[in-house]
Design a protein around this ligand. Sequence first.
Ligand code: G6P
Length: 609
Amino acid sequence: MCGIVGYVGPRPVTDVLIPGLSRLEYRGYDSAGIAVHGGDTMTVVKRAGRMSELEAAVAGLDVNGGRGGVGHTRWATHGAPNTTNAHPHQDCAASVVVVHNGIIENWAALKSELVARGHSFASDTDTEVVAHMIEEMADLPLAEAVRQVMKRADGALALVVMRVQDPDLIVGARRHSPLVVGRGDGENFIASDIPAFLEHTRDMVVLDDDRVIEVRPESVTITDLDGNPVEVRERKIEWDFEAAEKGGYPTFMLKEIHEQPDAIADTLLGRVDASGQVQLKELELDDRLLRAVDKVFVVACGTSYHAAMMAKYAIERWTRLPVEIDIASEFRYRDPVLDARSLVVGISQSGETIDTLAAIRYARAQGSTVIGVSNVVDSALARESDAVLYTRAGPEIGVAATKTFTTQLVVMQLLGLYLAQVRGSMDPGAIEQLVTEMRTLPEAVKSVLERDDEIAKIAAEFGDVRDFFFLGRSGDFPVAMEGALKLKEIAYVRAEGYAAGEMKHGPIALIEPGVVVVGVATDNHVKSKTLSNMEEMRARGGTIVLVVEEGDGDAKEVADHVIEVPRGSDLLCTVTAVVPLQLLAYHIATAKGLDVDKPRNLAKTVTVE
Ligand code: G6P
Protein backbone atom coordinates (compact mmCIF):
# COMPACT_ATOMS: atom_id res chain seq x y z
CA MET A 1 0.00 0.00 0.00
CA CYS A 2 1.77 3.09 -1.27
CA GLY A 3 0.78 6.62 -2.20
CA ILE A 4 0.95 7.96 -5.75
CA VAL A 5 0.58 11.56 -6.98
CA GLY A 6 0.87 12.87 -10.53
CA TYR A 7 0.38 16.37 -11.91
CA VAL A 8 0.31 18.07 -15.30
CA GLY A 9 -0.25 21.80 -15.53
CA PRO A 10 1.27 25.23 -15.11
CA ARG A 11 2.06 25.22 -11.36
CA PRO A 12 5.57 24.56 -10.07
CA VAL A 13 5.40 20.78 -10.07
CA THR A 14 7.08 20.15 -6.73
CA ASP A 15 4.62 22.55 -5.08
CA VAL A 16 1.92 20.03 -5.97
CA LEU A 17 3.85 16.77 -5.56
CA ILE A 18 5.47 17.32 -2.16
CA PRO A 19 2.34 18.46 -0.24
CA GLY A 20 0.33 15.81 -2.13
CA LEU A 21 2.69 13.07 -0.98
CA SER A 22 2.67 14.39 2.58
CA ARG A 23 -1.11 14.07 2.52
CA LEU A 24 -0.68 10.41 1.57
CA GLU A 25 1.91 9.51 4.17
CA TYR A 26 -0.77 7.59 6.06
CA ARG A 27 -0.61 5.07 3.17
CA GLY A 28 3.04 4.29 3.77
CA TYR A 29 6.15 6.14 4.71
CA ASP A 30 9.38 4.20 4.45
CA SER A 31 10.77 6.10 1.47
CA ALA A 32 9.60 8.58 -1.14
CA GLY A 33 10.56 10.03 -4.49
CA ILE A 34 9.51 12.30 -7.34
CA ALA A 35 10.24 12.69 -11.04
CA VAL A 36 9.76 16.03 -12.78
CA HIS A 37 9.46 16.36 -16.57
CA GLY A 38 11.44 19.37 -17.71
CA GLY A 39 10.45 19.21 -21.41
CA ASP A 40 13.35 17.19 -22.74
CA THR A 41 14.78 15.63 -19.58
CA MET A 42 13.39 14.10 -16.42
CA THR A 43 14.84 14.72 -12.97
CA VAL A 44 14.39 12.00 -10.37
CA VAL A 45 14.95 12.55 -6.63
CA LYS A 46 14.45 9.74 -4.10
CA ARG A 47 15.15 9.33 -0.42
CA ALA A 48 14.77 6.58 2.19
CA GLY A 49 12.89 7.66 5.32
CA ARG A 50 10.00 10.00 5.97
CA MET A 51 8.74 12.67 3.58
CA SER A 52 10.80 15.32 5.37
CA GLU A 53 13.96 13.71 3.90
CA LEU A 54 12.65 14.06 0.37
CA GLU A 55 11.41 17.56 1.02
CA ALA A 56 14.88 18.62 2.15
CA ALA A 57 16.50 17.01 -0.92
CA VAL A 58 14.06 18.68 -3.33
CA ALA A 59 14.45 22.10 -1.69
CA GLY A 60 17.96 22.44 -3.04
CA LEU A 61 17.11 21.51 -6.63
CA ASP A 62 15.98 23.63 -9.52
CA VAL A 63 13.15 21.43 -10.77
CA ASN A 64 10.31 23.88 -10.57
CA GLY A 65 10.31 24.71 -14.25
CA GLY A 66 8.75 21.31 -14.94
CA ARG A 67 5.56 20.70 -16.87
CA GLY A 68 4.46 17.60 -15.08
CA GLY A 69 5.63 15.06 -12.61
CA VAL A 70 4.90 12.01 -10.53
CA GLY A 71 5.65 11.18 -6.91
CA HIS A 72 5.43 8.20 -4.63
CA THR A 73 5.53 7.43 -0.95
CA ARG A 74 6.34 3.82 -0.34
CA TRP A 75 5.23 1.07 2.02
CA ALA A 76 7.56 -1.68 0.94
CA THR A 77 6.18 -5.02 -0.19
CA HIS A 78 9.11 -6.00 -2.36
CA GLY A 79 12.72 -5.15 -1.60
CA ALA A 80 14.12 -3.32 1.41
CA PRO A 81 12.94 0.23 2.09
CA ASN A 82 16.08 2.09 0.94
CA THR A 83 16.76 4.89 -1.57
CA THR A 84 17.48 2.50 -4.47
CA ASN A 85 14.17 0.72 -4.05
CA ALA A 86 12.22 3.97 -3.60
CA HIS A 87 10.07 4.97 -6.57
CA PRO A 88 10.07 6.33 -9.30
CA HIS A 89 11.89 3.58 -11.17
CA GLN A 90 13.52 4.03 -14.54
CA ASP A 91 14.55 2.03 -17.60
CA CYS A 92 18.13 1.61 -18.87
CA ALA A 93 18.02 4.82 -20.93
CA ALA A 94 16.32 6.86 -18.17
CA SER A 95 13.58 7.72 -20.67
CA VAL A 96 10.68 6.29 -18.63
CA VAL A 97 9.63 6.83 -15.02
CA VAL A 98 7.18 4.56 -13.24
CA VAL A 99 5.49 4.71 -9.85
CA HIS A 100 3.48 1.74 -8.73
CA ASN A 101 1.25 0.58 -5.90
CA GLY A 102 0.49 -3.13 -5.53
CA ILE A 103 2.25 -6.34 -6.41
CA ILE A 104 3.21 -7.66 -9.85
CA GLU A 105 2.95 -11.37 -9.18
CA ASN A 106 4.83 -12.57 -12.26
CA TRP A 107 7.61 -9.98 -12.00
CA ALA A 108 10.36 -12.61 -11.72
CA ALA A 109 9.44 -14.20 -15.07
CA LEU A 110 9.11 -10.78 -16.72
CA LYS A 111 12.47 -9.70 -15.28
CA SER A 112 14.28 -12.81 -16.56
CA GLU A 113 12.98 -12.13 -20.08
CA LEU A 114 14.13 -8.51 -19.90
CA VAL A 115 17.55 -9.42 -18.48
CA ALA A 116 17.97 -12.00 -21.28
CA ARG A 117 17.35 -9.18 -23.77
CA GLY A 118 20.10 -7.09 -22.19
CA HIS A 119 18.31 -4.86 -19.67
CA SER A 120 20.08 -4.12 -16.44
CA PHE A 121 18.16 -3.55 -13.23
CA ALA A 122 19.02 -1.04 -10.56
CA SER A 123 16.58 -2.09 -7.81
CA ASP A 124 15.13 -5.20 -6.15
CA THR A 125 11.55 -4.13 -6.87
CA ASP A 126 8.88 -5.75 -8.98
CA THR A 127 8.00 -2.25 -10.29
CA GLU A 128 11.17 -1.78 -12.30
CA VAL A 129 10.11 -4.38 -14.88
CA VAL A 130 7.43 -1.94 -16.04
CA ALA A 131 9.97 0.76 -16.90
CA HIS A 132 12.04 -1.66 -18.98
CA MET A 133 8.97 -3.10 -20.71
CA ILE A 134 7.88 0.40 -21.73
CA GLU A 135 11.41 1.21 -22.88
CA GLU A 136 11.10 -1.62 -25.41
CA MET A 137 7.87 -0.10 -26.78
CA ALA A 138 9.31 3.36 -27.51
CA ASP A 139 7.62 3.41 -30.95
CA LEU A 140 4.13 2.88 -29.50
CA PRO A 141 2.01 5.66 -27.99
CA LEU A 142 2.57 5.64 -24.22
CA ALA A 143 -1.02 4.64 -23.44
CA GLU A 144 -0.73 1.64 -25.77
CA ALA A 145 2.55 0.59 -24.14
CA VAL A 146 0.85 0.76 -20.72
CA ARG A 147 -2.06 -1.33 -22.04
CA GLN A 148 0.43 -3.97 -23.17
CA VAL A 149 2.05 -3.95 -19.72
CA MET A 150 -1.34 -4.35 -18.03
CA LYS A 151 -2.09 -7.34 -20.24
CA ARG A 152 1.15 -9.05 -19.25
CA ALA A 153 1.36 -8.15 -15.55
CA ASP A 154 -0.57 -10.34 -13.10
CA GLY A 155 -1.73 -9.12 -9.73
CA ALA A 156 -3.18 -6.01 -8.17
CA LEU A 157 -1.58 -2.83 -9.39
CA ALA A 158 -1.93 0.87 -9.97
CA LEU A 159 0.68 2.38 -12.29
CA VAL A 160 1.50 5.93 -13.23
CA VAL A 161 4.04 6.49 -16.00
CA MET A 162 5.79 9.36 -17.79
CA ARG A 163 8.10 9.23 -20.80
CA VAL A 164 10.70 11.78 -21.85
CA GLN A 165 9.35 12.09 -25.42
CA ASP A 166 5.83 12.88 -24.11
CA PRO A 167 5.91 16.07 -22.05
CA ASP A 168 2.52 17.11 -20.66
CA LEU A 169 1.31 13.52 -20.55
CA ILE A 170 0.88 11.13 -17.63
CA VAL A 171 -0.58 7.69 -18.20
CA GLY A 172 -2.15 5.74 -15.36
CA ALA A 173 -3.69 2.30 -15.11
CA ARG A 174 -5.35 0.35 -12.35
CA ARG A 175 -6.42 -3.13 -11.38
CA HIS A 176 -7.64 -3.73 -7.81
CA SER A 177 -5.43 -0.94 -6.45
CA PRO A 178 -6.87 2.53 -6.03
CA LEU A 179 -6.25 5.38 -8.48
CA VAL A 180 -8.36 8.52 -8.89
CA VAL A 181 -8.12 11.59 -11.08
CA GLY A 182 -8.71 15.18 -10.01
CA ARG A 183 -9.85 17.61 -12.72
CA GLY A 184 -8.72 21.19 -12.63
CA ASP A 185 -8.83 24.16 -14.97
CA GLY A 186 -5.93 23.71 -17.41
CA GLU A 187 -4.38 21.20 -15.02
CA ASN A 188 -5.12 17.67 -13.90
CA PHE A 189 -4.08 15.37 -11.08
CA ILE A 190 -3.82 11.63 -10.61
CA ALA A 191 -3.39 9.97 -7.22
CA SER A 192 -3.96 6.91 -5.08
CA ASP A 193 -6.36 8.82 -2.97
CA ILE A 194 -8.31 12.06 -2.84
CA PRO A 195 -6.38 13.92 -0.08
CA ALA A 196 -3.42 14.27 -2.48
CA PHE A 197 -5.27 16.85 -4.61
CA LEU A 198 -8.15 18.01 -2.44
CA GLU A 199 -6.65 21.47 -1.87
CA HIS A 200 -6.68 22.07 -5.66
CA THR A 201 -9.94 20.54 -6.86
CA ARG A 202 -13.09 18.78 -5.71
CA ASP A 203 -13.92 17.37 -9.16
CA MET A 204 -12.93 13.77 -9.34
CA VAL A 205 -12.96 11.17 -12.11
CA VAL A 206 -13.73 7.62 -11.04
CA LEU A 207 -11.52 4.94 -12.58
CA ASP A 208 -12.66 1.30 -12.82
CA ASP A 209 -10.43 -1.76 -12.93
CA ASP A 210 -8.47 -2.58 -16.09
CA ARG A 211 -8.67 0.93 -17.42
CA VAL A 212 -5.89 3.09 -18.83
CA ILE A 213 -6.12 6.84 -18.40
CA GLU A 214 -4.29 9.59 -20.32
CA VAL A 215 -3.99 12.76 -18.30
CA ARG A 216 -2.99 16.01 -20.06
CA PRO A 217 -3.38 19.59 -18.78
CA GLU A 218 -6.53 20.10 -20.86
CA SER A 219 -7.95 16.57 -21.13
CA VAL A 220 -8.58 13.24 -19.48
CA THR A 221 -9.33 10.17 -21.62
CA ILE A 222 -10.01 6.64 -20.50
CA THR A 223 -9.79 3.41 -22.49
CA ASP A 224 -10.14 -0.28 -21.72
CA LEU A 225 -7.21 -2.63 -22.25
CA ASP A 226 -8.11 -3.00 -25.96
CA GLY A 227 -8.00 0.74 -26.50
CA ASN A 228 -11.78 1.24 -26.71
CA PRO A 229 -12.89 4.60 -25.27
CA VAL A 230 -14.73 4.47 -21.94
CA GLU A 231 -17.05 7.15 -20.64
CA VAL A 232 -15.44 9.56 -18.14
CA ARG A 233 -17.56 9.64 -14.96
CA GLU A 234 -17.15 12.62 -12.65
CA ARG A 235 -17.99 13.05 -9.00
CA LYS A 236 -17.97 16.03 -6.69
CA ILE A 237 -16.04 15.45 -3.46
CA GLU A 238 -17.91 16.64 -0.38
CA TRP A 239 -15.39 15.43 2.22
CA ASP A 240 -12.96 17.57 4.17
CA PHE A 241 -9.31 16.50 4.49
CA GLU A 242 -9.77 14.43 7.59
CA ALA A 243 -12.73 12.53 6.16
CA ALA A 244 -10.84 12.01 2.90
CA GLU A 245 -7.84 10.48 4.70
CA LYS A 246 -10.18 8.07 6.37
CA GLY A 247 -11.81 7.23 3.04
CA GLY A 248 -15.05 8.76 4.29
CA TYR A 249 -15.14 6.56 7.41
CA PRO A 250 -15.40 8.33 10.76
CA THR A 251 -12.28 6.60 12.13
CA PHE A 252 -9.19 4.81 10.86
CA MET A 253 -10.24 1.72 12.79
CA LEU A 254 -13.53 1.41 10.92
CA LYS A 255 -11.76 2.06 7.62
CA GLU A 256 -9.24 -0.66 8.46
CA ILE A 257 -11.98 -3.11 9.45
CA HIS A 258 -13.53 -2.49 6.03
CA GLU A 259 -10.19 -2.87 4.27
CA GLN A 260 -9.94 -6.49 5.40
CA PRO A 261 -11.26 -8.13 2.21
CA ASP A 262 -8.58 -6.33 0.17
CA ALA A 263 -5.87 -6.92 2.76
CA ILE A 264 -6.64 -10.64 2.80
CA ALA A 265 -6.72 -10.81 -1.00
CA ASP A 266 -3.31 -9.08 -1.14
CA THR A 267 -1.92 -11.44 1.48
CA LEU A 268 -3.02 -14.45 -0.58
CA LEU A 269 -1.71 -13.03 -3.84
CA GLY A 270 0.86 -15.31 -5.47
CA ARG A 271 0.86 -17.64 -2.47
CA VAL A 272 -1.96 -19.97 -3.54
CA ASP A 273 -1.87 -21.24 -7.10
CA ALA A 274 -4.61 -22.49 -9.39
CA SER A 275 -3.56 -26.12 -8.86
CA GLY A 276 -4.35 -25.80 -5.15
CA GLN A 277 -0.79 -25.64 -3.86
CA VAL A 278 0.67 -23.18 -1.42
CA GLN A 279 3.66 -21.26 -2.80
CA LEU A 280 5.87 -19.54 -0.26
CA LYS A 281 8.88 -18.83 -2.44
CA GLU A 282 9.90 -15.89 -0.29
CA LEU A 283 10.51 -18.26 2.61
CA GLU A 284 13.82 -19.36 1.05
CA LEU A 285 14.27 -22.17 3.57
CA ASP A 286 15.50 -25.52 2.38
CA ASP A 287 12.70 -28.12 2.31
CA ARG A 288 15.10 -30.57 3.98
CA LEU A 289 15.35 -28.23 6.94
CA LEU A 290 11.55 -27.97 7.17
CA ARG A 291 11.24 -31.75 6.96
CA ALA A 292 13.76 -32.17 9.79
CA VAL A 293 11.82 -29.93 12.18
CA ASP A 294 10.50 -31.90 15.16
CA LYS A 295 8.81 -29.12 17.12
CA VAL A 296 7.32 -25.71 16.42
CA PHE A 297 7.15 -22.74 18.79
CA VAL A 298 5.07 -19.65 18.05
CA VAL A 299 5.76 -16.51 20.08
CA ALA A 300 3.97 -13.14 20.00
CA CYS A 301 2.28 -10.46 22.11
CA GLY A 302 -1.22 -8.98 22.28
CA THR A 303 -3.39 -9.56 19.25
CA SER A 304 -0.53 -11.29 17.46
CA TYR A 305 -0.54 -13.88 20.26
CA HIS A 306 -4.12 -14.74 19.34
CA ALA A 307 -2.92 -15.47 15.80
CA ALA A 308 -0.33 -17.74 17.44
CA MET A 309 -3.12 -19.55 19.31
CA MET A 310 -4.93 -20.27 16.05
CA ALA A 311 -1.63 -21.38 14.51
CA LYS A 312 -1.20 -24.04 17.17
CA TYR A 313 -4.47 -25.70 16.18
CA ALA A 314 -3.71 -25.37 12.48
CA ILE A 315 -0.11 -26.57 12.47
CA GLU A 316 -0.77 -29.46 14.84
CA ARG A 317 -3.82 -30.59 12.92
CA TRP A 318 -2.23 -30.34 9.49
CA THR A 319 1.36 -31.41 10.17
CA ARG A 320 1.05 -33.55 13.34
CA LEU A 321 4.06 -31.64 14.71
CA PRO A 322 3.84 -30.60 18.35
CA VAL A 323 3.40 -26.83 18.68
CA GLU A 324 4.03 -24.72 21.76
CA ILE A 325 2.81 -21.17 21.92
CA ASP A 326 4.13 -18.50 24.20
CA ILE A 327 3.49 -14.92 25.12
CA ALA A 328 6.85 -13.52 24.05
CA SER A 329 7.59 -11.86 27.39
CA GLU A 330 7.25 -15.25 29.11
CA PHE A 331 9.16 -17.29 26.56
CA ARG A 332 12.65 -15.98 27.13
CA TYR A 333 12.50 -16.27 30.91
CA ARG A 334 11.06 -19.77 31.14
CA ASP A 335 14.14 -21.48 29.71
CA PRO A 336 12.33 -23.28 26.85
CA VAL A 337 13.89 -26.44 25.45
CA LEU A 338 15.03 -25.54 21.95
CA ASP A 339 17.55 -26.96 19.54
CA ALA A 340 18.46 -27.01 15.86
CA ARG A 341 15.37 -29.03 15.00
CA SER A 342 13.03 -26.46 16.52
CA LEU A 343 11.21 -24.04 14.24
CA VAL A 344 10.34 -20.79 16.01
CA VAL A 345 7.81 -18.42 14.47
CA GLY A 346 7.69 -14.85 15.82
CA ILE A 347 4.53 -12.92 14.91
CA SER A 348 4.57 -9.14 15.22
CA GLN A 349 2.58 -6.64 13.21
CA SER A 350 5.13 -3.91 13.75
CA GLY A 351 8.11 -6.24 13.82
CA GLU A 352 9.54 -4.02 16.56
CA THR A 353 7.93 -5.33 19.77
CA ILE A 354 10.86 -5.75 22.11
CA ASP A 355 9.54 -8.89 23.84
CA THR A 356 9.05 -10.70 20.54
CA LEU A 357 12.48 -9.63 19.30
CA ALA A 358 14.11 -10.85 22.52
CA ALA A 359 12.31 -14.19 22.15
CA ILE A 360 13.51 -14.80 18.61
CA ARG A 361 17.06 -13.69 19.48
CA TYR A 362 17.03 -16.24 22.27
CA ALA A 363 15.79 -18.94 19.88
CA ARG A 364 18.46 -18.18 17.31
CA ALA A 365 21.11 -18.33 19.99
CA GLN A 366 19.94 -21.90 20.70
CA GLY A 367 20.47 -22.80 17.03
CA SER A 368 16.76 -22.90 16.11
CA THR A 369 15.40 -21.68 12.78
CA VAL A 370 13.31 -18.52 13.06
CA ILE A 371 10.54 -17.36 10.74
CA GLY A 372 9.28 -13.80 11.29
CA VAL A 373 5.71 -12.82 10.40
CA SER A 374 5.39 -9.07 10.14
CA ASN A 375 3.43 -6.34 8.40
CA VAL A 376 6.44 -4.05 8.08
CA VAL A 377 9.05 -4.82 5.46
CA ASP A 378 12.57 -4.79 6.82
CA SER A 379 11.39 -4.38 10.41
CA ALA A 380 13.77 -5.62 13.10
CA LEU A 381 11.87 -8.93 13.21
CA ALA A 382 12.26 -9.34 9.46
CA ARG A 383 15.95 -8.50 9.55
CA GLU A 384 16.75 -10.76 12.45
CA SER A 385 14.81 -13.84 11.32
CA ASP A 386 16.15 -16.60 9.07
CA ALA A 387 13.12 -16.14 6.84
CA VAL A 388 10.18 -13.81 6.74
CA LEU A 389 6.54 -13.93 5.66
CA TYR A 390 4.83 -10.58 5.32
CA THR A 391 1.20 -9.85 5.93
CA ARG A 392 0.26 -7.36 3.28
CA ALA A 393 -2.31 -5.34 5.17
CA GLY A 394 -0.80 -1.91 4.46
CA PRO A 395 -0.13 0.52 7.31
CA GLU A 396 -2.50 0.17 10.22
CA ILE A 397 -3.08 3.48 11.97
CA GLY A 398 -5.76 2.53 14.51
CA VAL A 399 -3.97 1.33 17.64
CA ALA A 400 -6.24 -1.70 17.98
CA ALA A 401 -5.15 -4.30 15.43
CA THR A 402 -7.83 -5.43 12.97
CA LYS A 403 -6.67 -6.00 9.39
CA THR A 404 -3.21 -7.01 10.58
CA PHE A 405 -4.81 -9.72 12.74
CA THR A 406 -6.93 -11.31 10.02
CA THR A 407 -3.96 -11.26 7.64
CA GLN A 408 -1.79 -12.87 10.35
CA LEU A 409 -4.39 -15.65 10.60
CA VAL A 410 -4.18 -16.09 6.83
CA VAL A 411 -0.37 -16.18 6.82
CA MET A 412 -0.27 -18.73 9.65
CA GLN A 413 -2.81 -20.90 7.82
CA LEU A 414 -0.67 -20.68 4.67
CA LEU A 415 2.41 -21.61 6.68
CA GLY A 416 0.60 -24.58 8.27
CA LEU A 417 -0.55 -25.87 4.89
CA TYR A 418 2.88 -25.27 3.37
CA LEU A 419 4.56 -27.30 6.12
CA ALA A 420 1.98 -30.05 5.55
CA GLN A 421 2.71 -29.96 1.82
CA VAL A 422 6.50 -30.11 2.24
CA ARG A 423 6.36 -32.81 4.91
CA GLY A 424 3.68 -34.86 3.12
CA SER A 425 1.57 -34.96 6.28
CA MET A 426 -1.68 -34.22 4.51
CA ASP A 427 -3.46 -35.57 1.47
CA PRO A 428 -2.81 -33.13 -1.45
CA GLY A 429 -6.54 -33.21 -2.23
CA ALA A 430 -7.36 -31.97 1.27
CA ILE A 431 -4.77 -29.18 0.96
CA GLU A 432 -6.26 -28.22 -2.39
CA GLN A 433 -9.72 -28.03 -0.87
CA LEU A 434 -8.56 -25.67 1.88
CA VAL A 435 -6.52 -23.56 -0.55
CA THR A 436 -9.55 -23.21 -2.82
CA GLU A 437 -11.61 -22.14 0.14
CA MET A 438 -9.00 -19.63 1.27
CA ARG A 439 -9.45 -17.82 -2.02
CA THR A 440 -13.08 -17.15 -1.04
CA LEU A 441 -12.16 -15.52 2.30
CA PRO A 442 -12.16 -11.93 0.97
CA GLU A 443 -15.76 -12.35 -0.25
CA ALA A 444 -16.78 -14.09 2.96
CA VAL A 445 -15.40 -11.22 5.05
CA LYS A 446 -17.16 -8.74 2.78
CA SER A 447 -20.48 -10.43 3.49
CA VAL A 448 -19.87 -10.18 7.26
CA LEU A 449 -19.15 -6.45 6.88
CA GLU A 450 -22.58 -6.09 5.29
CA ARG A 451 -24.05 -7.02 8.68
CA ASP A 452 -22.58 -3.92 10.28
CA ASP A 453 -25.97 -2.29 11.00
CA GLU A 454 -27.28 -5.45 12.60
CA ILE A 455 -24.20 -5.62 14.86
CA ALA A 456 -24.47 -1.91 15.72
CA LYS A 457 -28.05 -2.53 16.91
CA ILE A 458 -26.92 -5.34 19.21
CA ALA A 459 -24.08 -3.17 20.50
CA ALA A 460 -26.55 -0.37 21.28
CA GLU A 461 -28.15 -2.60 23.94
CA PHE A 462 -24.84 -3.04 25.78
CA GLY A 463 -23.90 0.56 26.53
CA ASP A 464 -24.14 0.12 30.31
CA VAL A 465 -22.85 -3.44 30.61
CA ARG A 466 -19.74 -3.69 32.79
CA ASP A 467 -18.90 -7.39 32.41
CA PHE A 468 -18.48 -9.46 29.30
CA PHE A 469 -17.23 -12.98 28.70
CA PHE A 470 -16.13 -14.18 25.27
CA LEU A 471 -16.14 -17.95 24.96
CA GLY A 472 -15.10 -20.49 22.36
CA ARG A 473 -13.43 -23.84 21.91
CA SER A 474 -10.75 -24.99 19.49
CA GLY A 475 -10.36 -22.44 16.65
CA ASP A 476 -13.15 -20.36 18.17
CA PHE A 477 -11.13 -19.90 21.38
CA PRO A 478 -8.51 -17.50 19.92
CA VAL A 479 -11.35 -15.63 18.21
CA ALA A 480 -13.09 -15.22 21.57
CA MET A 481 -9.83 -14.04 23.15
CA GLU A 482 -9.40 -11.45 20.43
CA GLY A 483 -13.02 -10.29 20.77
CA ALA A 484 -12.46 -9.72 24.49
CA LEU A 485 -9.18 -7.89 23.92
CA LYS A 486 -10.79 -5.54 21.36
CA LEU A 487 -13.51 -4.61 23.82
CA LYS A 488 -11.04 -4.02 26.66
CA GLU A 489 -8.73 -1.95 24.47
CA ILE A 490 -11.19 0.46 22.92
CA ALA A 491 -14.31 0.43 25.13
CA TYR A 492 -12.57 0.12 28.54
CA VAL A 493 -14.96 -2.61 29.62
CA ARG A 494 -13.99 -5.71 31.58
CA ALA A 495 -14.09 -8.57 29.13
CA GLU A 496 -12.66 -12.00 29.70
CA GLY A 497 -11.80 -14.38 26.90
CA TYR A 498 -12.10 -17.97 28.08
CA ALA A 499 -12.13 -21.51 26.79
CA ALA A 500 -15.86 -22.32 26.85
CA GLY A 501 -15.32 -25.67 28.54
CA GLU A 502 -13.27 -24.15 31.34
CA MET A 503 -16.00 -21.82 32.60
CA LYS A 504 -17.47 -24.50 34.85
CA HIS A 505 -14.18 -24.68 36.77
CA GLY A 506 -14.57 -21.29 38.39
CA PRO A 507 -15.56 -18.27 36.29
CA ILE A 508 -19.17 -19.47 35.98
CA ALA A 509 -19.56 -18.14 39.54
CA LEU A 510 -19.45 -14.64 38.01
CA ILE A 511 -22.39 -15.21 35.67
CA GLU A 512 -25.56 -13.42 36.78
CA PRO A 513 -28.18 -11.19 35.17
CA GLY A 514 -26.51 -8.20 33.55
CA VAL A 515 -23.43 -10.12 32.38
CA VAL A 516 -23.13 -10.52 28.60
CA VAL A 517 -21.66 -13.75 27.27
CA VAL A 518 -20.52 -13.76 23.65
CA GLY A 519 -20.07 -17.29 22.34
CA VAL A 520 -18.26 -18.19 19.14
CA ALA A 521 -19.46 -21.50 17.73
CA THR A 522 -18.24 -21.91 14.16
CA ASP A 523 -15.83 -24.81 14.63
CA ASN A 524 -18.01 -27.76 13.72
CA HIS A 525 -16.31 -30.49 15.66
CA VAL A 526 -16.88 -28.70 18.98
CA LYS A 527 -19.89 -26.56 18.16
CA SER A 528 -22.48 -28.63 20.02
CA LYS A 529 -20.29 -28.59 23.13
CA THR A 530 -19.94 -24.79 22.96
CA LEU A 531 -23.70 -24.47 22.60
CA SER A 532 -24.19 -26.61 25.73
CA ASN A 533 -21.78 -24.34 27.60
CA MET A 534 -23.79 -21.34 26.45
CA GLU A 535 -26.95 -22.98 27.82
CA GLU A 536 -25.17 -23.12 31.17
CA MET A 537 -24.47 -19.37 30.98
CA ARG A 538 -28.03 -18.61 30.02
CA ALA A 539 -29.38 -20.72 32.90
CA ARG A 540 -27.42 -18.44 35.28
CA GLY A 541 -29.02 -15.32 33.85
CA GLY A 542 -26.36 -14.25 31.30
CA THR A 543 -27.41 -12.43 28.14
CA ILE A 544 -26.20 -14.55 25.24
CA VAL A 545 -24.78 -13.38 21.90
CA LEU A 546 -23.72 -16.13 19.52
CA VAL A 547 -21.55 -16.00 16.42
CA VAL A 548 -22.49 -19.02 14.31
CA GLU A 549 -22.43 -20.17 10.72
CA GLU A 550 -25.29 -19.21 8.42
CA GLY A 551 -28.38 -21.35 8.78
CA ASP A 552 -27.38 -22.74 12.14
CA GLY A 553 -30.85 -23.30 13.59
CA ASP A 554 -29.70 -24.71 16.97
CA ALA A 555 -28.16 -21.40 17.95
CA LYS A 556 -31.42 -19.45 17.94
CA GLU A 557 -32.72 -21.57 20.82
CA VAL A 558 -29.78 -20.66 23.05
CA ALA A 559 -29.14 -17.02 22.23
CA ASP A 560 -30.66 -13.59 22.75
CA HIS A 561 -28.78 -12.35 19.68
CA VAL A 562 -27.34 -14.36 16.80
CA ILE A 563 -24.73 -13.06 14.36
CA GLU A 564 -24.22 -15.26 11.32
CA VAL A 565 -21.01 -15.65 9.32
CA PRO A 566 -20.64 -17.63 6.06
CA ARG A 567 -20.09 -21.38 6.34
CA GLY A 568 -16.47 -22.43 6.16
CA SER A 569 -13.97 -25.02 7.25
CA ASP A 570 -12.88 -25.08 10.88
CA LEU A 571 -9.88 -22.81 11.48
CA LEU A 572 -10.37 -20.91 8.18
CA CYS A 573 -13.59 -19.67 9.78
CA THR A 574 -11.54 -17.78 12.39
CA VAL A 575 -10.92 -15.10 9.75
CA THR A 576 -14.61 -14.38 9.29
CA ALA A 577 -15.74 -15.07 12.87
CA VAL A 578 -13.57 -12.34 14.40
CA VAL A 579 -14.98 -9.57 12.18
CA PRO A 580 -18.35 -9.25 14.01
CA LEU A 581 -16.45 -9.04 17.30
CA GLN A 582 -14.29 -6.19 15.96
CA LEU A 583 -17.49 -4.40 14.93
CA LEU A 584 -19.21 -5.12 18.24
CA ALA A 585 -16.32 -3.61 20.22
CA TYR A 586 -16.17 -0.71 17.78
CA HIS A 587 -19.83 0.20 18.16
CA ILE A 588 -19.85 -0.19 21.94
CA ALA A 589 -16.81 2.12 22.17
CA THR A 590 -18.03 4.78 19.74
CA ALA A 591 -21.46 4.89 21.39
CA LYS A 592 -19.58 5.94 24.56
CA GLY A 593 -17.89 8.70 22.55
CA LEU A 594 -14.42 7.14 22.93
CA ASP A 595 -11.51 7.74 20.59
CA VAL A 596 -11.08 4.24 19.16
CA ASP A 597 -8.07 5.18 17.05
CA LYS A 598 -6.07 6.25 20.10
CA PRO A 599 -7.26 4.35 23.17
CA ARG A 600 -5.95 5.53 26.51
CA ASN A 601 -2.76 4.01 27.94
CA LEU A 602 -1.95 2.05 24.78
CA ALA A 603 0.77 2.34 22.16
CA LYS A 604 0.72 0.88 18.69
CA THR A 605 4.25 -0.42 19.07
CA VAL A 606 5.73 -1.33 22.42
CA THR A 607 9.51 -1.15 22.50
CA VAL A 608 9.97 -1.47 26.25
CA GLU A 609 9.87 -4.64 28.33
C1 G6P B 1 0.71 -3.35 21.43
C2 G6P B 1 -0.56 -3.01 20.66
C3 G6P B 1 -1.37 -4.28 20.37
C4 G6P B 1 -0.50 -5.31 19.68
C5 G6P B 1 0.75 -5.63 20.50
C6 G6P B 1 1.72 -6.49 19.73
O1 G6P B 1 0.38 -3.70 22.73
O2 G6P B 1 -1.33 -2.09 21.36
O3 G6P B 1 -2.47 -3.96 19.54
O4 G6P B 1 -1.24 -6.47 19.45
O5 G6P B 1 1.44 -4.42 20.81
O6 G6P B 1 2.21 -5.77 18.65
P1 G6P B 1 2.97 -6.38 17.42
O7 G6P B 1 3.39 -5.21 16.60
O8 G6P B 1 4.14 -7.13 17.98
O9 G6P B 1 2.03 -7.29 16.71
